[in-house]
Design a protein around this ligand. Structure first.
Ligand code: SF4
Ligand code: SF4
Length: 112
């Protein structure tokens, strides 16, 4: 596995521990139970990691703005500034954003 892939895999592992473990779509065997679409966290992991890493703020709005600019803007589920999945609380990235941030920042800090 290439170094970059390994790095993102470590972030995905941290997200699985922090986010998937409480996600209502996780199956009993720990795998993602979504059918018919890929979770936005898996689909956009590199952009999510880089967006979160670039921010050091106590304000959640700063992270939300970065995710909307760097992830939602490229997401196939978005229709301009709107997103039906977000409106229906069916996007795990949006629903669990604070936990995603915790997972990324925890790994960033432990990696130095
Ligand atoms: S929907 Fe996303 S957050 Fe939920 S279990 Fe699947 S990959 Fe994890
Ligand atoms: S909120 Fe919508 S546009 Fe943004 S990542 Fe989730 S599904 Fe995609």
């Amino acid at each position: 596995m290439a170094e970059t892939e390994e790095r993102y895999q470590r972030y995905m592992d941290a997200i699985r521990r922090r986010v998937c473990s409480v996600c209502l779509d996780q199956r009993d065997d720990g795998a993602c139970g979504l059918t018919g679409r890929t979770c936005a966290i898996e689909a956009h992991l590199p952009q999510i990691v880089e967006a979160v890493i670039a921010i050091k703020s106590d304000r959640m709005e700063d992270y939300v703005a970065a995710i909307q600019a760097q992830v939602c803007s490229r997401c196939a589920s978005a229709a301009g500034p709107h997103c039906e999945l977000r409106d229906r609380a069916e996007c795990s990235l949006d629903a669990y954003l604070s936990l995603v941030i915790d997972a990324v920042e925890e790994l960033r800090e432990s990696s130095g």
